[in-house]
Design a protein around this ligand. Structure first.
Ligand code: PGA
Length: 258
């Protein structure tokens, strides 16, 4: 694991209401209110962004904020969608782009994921490109063609952007998300190196210092240690664990001790 690590906290469609949101931020405040060497990025439901922003100041929680998805469009009649300018104006510095649950629910093509990525970069939101989605894939499967297609379709026109701004990619095999059964460290390392090779071919080897590859899929406080020796890995995207402040604190501590 290289430093400084990034730890994303993807709350998905949780918590249920504002009271529980307040309790979660208070819990994080108790455990995470000192400046960290890792960068924490919290992705709450967008309707709670304002509340989270106010509470994080009150409790002194050092997290950046992000949204879980963005519209492919910047403006217009798109019921239910959140645009990149709205996200930015609400304090979101980051956005997940192409999370596997979003890809599936919206039946997204890689080109549509690219449009979301484009809207983010046009409106000062840093996209975190999630890849690794394979419909019907089995545990342990790594389809390098799918990974290559997901990376290249979105990023082929972004060579200059990557050189200027760097890049964050999250590798999240669908079979590991929410199952309690993460990918094994060897698989994660192999895929991280493969992603780095693709980016190096695209934007140059010298960009890799600013290219962060995260792993997501059933990471928790009891298994995170197994991933800390992966030198090509730069952090984690946590789902279930992100809703338990003591679990988040334990993961952050283990990552930072490394
Ligand atoms: P999980 O989710 O940690 O609950 O597996 C990860 C994610 O979907 O980002």
């Amino acid at each position: 694991m290289t430093s400084p690590p990034i730890i994303g906290l993807n709350w998905k469609m949780n918590p249920a209401d504002r009271d529980q949101t307040a309790a979660l931020i208070a819990g994080m405040g108790e455990r995470l209110s000192v400046m960290r060497s890792s960068q924490l990025i919290l992705f709450p439901p967008a309707v709670f962004l304002d509340q989270v922003r106010a509470l994080q100041k009150e409790y002194g929680v050092f997290v950046s904020l992000g949204v879980q998805d963005l519209s492919t469009q910047a403006v217009g009649s798109y019921t239910g969608e959140i645009s990149a300018p709205m996200a930015f104006d609400s304090g979101a510095e980051f956005s997940l782009v192409g999370h596997s649950e979003t890809r599936k629910r919206q039946a997204l093509t890689d080109t549509e994921v690219k449009h979301k990525f484009e809207r983010a970069t046009e409106h000062s939101v840093v996209p975190i490109l999630c890849i690794g989605y394979q419909e019907g894939s089995e545990e342990g499967d790594v389809d390098y063609d799918v990974i290559k297609q997901q990376v290249m379709t979105v990023l082929e026109d972004y060579r200059a952007y990557i050189r200027e701004h760097g890049l964050i990619i999250a590798y999240e095999p669908t079979w590991a998300i929410g199952t309690g059964d993460p990918a094994d460290p060897e698989t994660i390392e192999t895929v991280c190196l493969y992603i780095q090779k693709l980016i190096a071919e695209l934007a140059g080897q010298d960009t890799l210092d600013e290219v962060y590859v995260l792993y997501g899929g059933s990471v928790n406080k009891d298994n995170v240690r197994a991933f800390l020796d992966i030198t090509s890995l730069n952090g984690f995207l946590l789902g279930g664990a992100s809703l338990k402040p003591e679990e988040v604190a334990s993961i952050v501590e283990q990552v930072e001790e490394k």
